[in-house]
Design a protein. Structure first.
Length: 729
């Protein structure tokens, strides 16, 4: 449509801004704290900077125009919006690094694969994102033309007229000054801007690095409430501790598991589910490439800033707002106490701890009022001058129920945004609930700048004390490796969406809600897509109260040990699974004996398990003609089963992502029924499309061959042995 057509006022853009929701939220949150000499009292007429329903490019264009009209040069504004990878770059000069570090507190990166061309009428330029995930090639001709496009040769130019042929590199900028009639190099632009002001001294006056502060004694372990009771109240299971947390603390890596899940979505489950499980992570699709967080470590960053954000139009460093930098967002108990005590030792921050528990006698019905009071207390704290809020559920006990940490965080985050106060305060979560990577990602996505999972630490230290972890790993190392594994996991999740920095991910809300009511989501998780309706606050509160009763009730099964779990492995008291032991055994029996009757038994079992596990597909029923009073369609008027299966094709799973045995089995199956199997981007081994000795077609040959432009090379032999070619551009 016309409103999506490029160029916009100042930019043309190839790519995606993956952090758009967070960027728009943070721009809206700045409204109350922005002050500009140029705009004066008229600045209120500019709100909102971006409108709902605009494209990512339109919102980026709005932000760039806002910054340039507010006093920044065009190149300066672009360096703020799409910064280079500076945090881990040891080769970057110190002036430029200080520039980026100073501006990191002013503006979170607009992150994603992007090649952006920009102009204000006097200058025109282009820049690439820090990963260089979009191509941008250019030539300079002898008659002073500059031609840039995603591919070379877009316009016919005789080779002898070309003076220079080059490409933009990751994070680099090309600028043409039309008034001076010259091309300005990336080095010249950024050196001039980075040395225009004393950013190093401004940083020294406004920045604290948490790791550099003196150690503070962490709070003593609670003795009034047992560890087991607290674990049960927060829904811990034996699977959590043994399958997830133990490998993290031992290896510093997430546990490895198989893909896919055969359990019901949380809204359909008969078991109490944590709120995190209702949110599913988005990931890069189609034109939006993910990042490899291991090989591209240089561009990835877990640096987070806690505290109030400076006035974005403080062009000369007058702001006295301090900011606290942490190298990664998972805080030890000692780190959290450092934050609490900063106000007493450095006189730079005032920290307010707000209890997110409420009286257990209020039950599930009391959660709504507890959330409202929580938001009011947070608003009052900001109005009272506090610039770091710690949301804490440490007061959990027999008489206190904890509001789910994700719900409390999102509610406060969006309440402060609506009140125009969010950029005046940092948000830290001190909770016993989070323990796996997805939990931390959800908290970050809905505004937590740092997280202290104190109960996870208590659990690991207890496991270490009991000898359940390797003796050669001491207690401090157990915590350190767990934090390291969570950090790696967050980077992995960010990279699947093409996001490079925690600062961009924080508040970006890159999730879909599955099985939650729209009004509940829009109130507390504003802007999140709701794909399937389901439960609301009433049901979430009831499940929370149920878990609290598990911890502080009298169930004899839970008296001495955690619930077994059953989320990942089938357990009698656990979650329902479509792939039950009986179903697997029946399938194995059918295949080994070649029994069609046994296979039909297996099919019936799977159908019944799908209904019992309440999978969405399993809940659909076929309505027959006689049930609806309609006339049956004669069989000779519809395609036969033999013809229908010829339309079947497999998903494109590359050899390597699945084994040769699985890959060839899919090909044999499709060739047998007349369908088509797909090689995936990785192709297939040449012996699979060689004819059989008798001259017949090889049953392991895949009919569909994929070509991944720029990723994998192909041969002519590979291409001619295809019935269908899928070329990814």
């Amino acid at each position: 449509s016309w409103k999506l057509a490029h160029p916009y006022r100042m930019v043309a853009h190839n790519g995606e801004i993956n952090t758009l929701r967070g960027n728009v939220n943070w721009m809206a949150a700045r409204q109350a704290s922005v002050d500009s000499e140029l705009f004066g009292n008229d600045i209120s007429k500019l709100w909102p900077i971006s409108y709902e329903g605009q494209s990512d490019t339109a919102c980026f264009d709005n932000a760039l125009e806002f910054l340039t009209q507010g006093g920044y040069s065009l190149a300066h504004a672009m360096m703020m919006l799409i910064p280079e990878a500076w945090a881990g770059n040891k080769l970057m000069d110190q002036d430029r690094k200080a520039f980026y570090e100073y501006h990191a507190a002013l503006m979170e990166p607009w992150d994603g694969p992007a090649a952006v061309a920009f102009t204000d009428g006097r200058q025109i330029g282009a820049t690439l994102d820090r990963n260089g995930l979009r191509p941008a090639r250019y030539i300079v001709t002898d008659d002073d033309r500059v031609i840039m496009a995603s591919e070379a040769g877009v316009l016919p130019v005789p080779e002898e007229r070309i003076v220079k042929k080059w490409r933009l590199q990751p994070g680099r900028m090309l600028l043409i000054d039309l008034e001076k009639g010259r091309i300005v190099s990336d080095e010249e632009i950024k050196s001039e801007i980075a040395t225009r002001h004393p950013y190093k001294s401004w940083l020294a006056n406004t920045q604290l690095i948490l790791e550099d502060l003196k150690p503070v004694e962490p709070r003593a372990l609670r003795r009034d409430v047992s560890l087991l009771d607290r674990q049960q109240a927060f829904g811990f299971t034996q699977e959590d501790t043994k399958l997830l947390m133990s490998p993290m603390a031992t290896t510093g890596q997430e546990a490895v598991g198989s893909m896919g899940t055969d359990t019901p979505i949380s809204a359909m489950s008969d078991r109490s589910k944590l709120l995190y499980t209702y949110f599913k992570q988005n990931f890069a699709q189609v034109t939006n490439p993910p990042i490899d967080p291991i090989r591209e470590e240089l561009v990835m960053s877990l640096v987070s800033f806690i505290g109030p954000r400076p006035n974005i139009f403080d062009l000369v460093g007058n702001s006295r707002r301090k900011r606290l930098e942490v190298r990664q967002p998972i805080l030890t108990n000692g780190d959290l106490e450092k934050i609490r005590s900063i106000g007493h030792t450095e006189d730079r921050f005032d920290t307010k701890t707000i209890d997110i528990t409420y009286a257990s006698n209020e039950g599930a019905a009391g959660m709504q009022g507890a959330i409202d009071r929580l938001c009011e207390r947070a608003e009052a704290a900001v109005a009272g001058g506090y610039n770091i809020i710690i949301l804490s559920d440490r007061q959990l006990g027999p008489d206190r129920i904890a509001i789910p940490a994700l719900l409390a965080t999102a509610a406060v985050h969006h309440h402060l945004i609506r009140k125009g106060l969010r950029t005046s305060v940092g948000l830290v979560v001190e909770s016993g609930e989070p323990r796996e990577v997805h939990h931390f990602c959800c908290l970050a996505g809905y505004g937590a700048e740092a997280i202290n999972p104190y109960l996870a630490f208590d659990t690991l230290l207890d496991m270490h004390k009991r000898g359940e972890l390797p003796a050669e790993v001491d207690a401090n190392e157990v915590v350190s490796r767990y934090i390291k594994s969570i950090g790696k996991g967050i980077l992995k999740v960010m990279s699947k969406m093409g996001i490079s920095t925690y600062q961009s991910y924080c508040g970006a809300q890159i999730f879909d809600a599955i099985g939650l009511k729209t009004d509940f989501v829009q109130k507390y998780f504003t802007g999140t897509a709701t794909l399937i309706e389901g439960v609301g606050l009433e049901e979430i509160a009831a499940e929370t109260v149920s878990r609290h009763a598990d911890g502080f009730g009298s169930d004899p099964v839970l008296r001495n040990s955690l619930e077994v779990g059953g989320e990942y492995m089938f357990r009698m008291r656990g979650e329902a699974h479509i792939w039950s032991p009986d179903a697997v055994a029946t399938l194995q029996h059918a295949v080994r004996q070649g029994s069609w009757d046994t296979f039909k038994d297996y099919s019936a079992q799977i159908d019944s398990e799908a209904a019992r596990a309440q999978s969405i597909r399993g809940l659909f029923k076929i309505r027959f003609a006689e049930e609806t009073g309609r006339k049956k369609v004669a069989l000779d008027e519809v395609m036969s089963a033999a013809d229908i299966v010829k339309r079947f094709s497999t998903g494109a799973m590359s050899f390597g992502s699945i084994s040769r045995e699985a890959h060839t089995t899919l090909a044999r199956a499709m060739n047998t029924i007349g369908g088509k199997s797909n090689t995936g981007e990785g192709g297939e081994e040449a012996d699979r499309y060689l004819p059989l000795p008798g001259g017949g077609k090889n049953p392991e040959r895949s009919a569909i061959k994929q070509v991944a432009s720029g990723r994998f090379g192909v041969t002519a032999e590979y291409l001619v042995n295809s019935d269908v070619m899928q070329i990814k551009v």
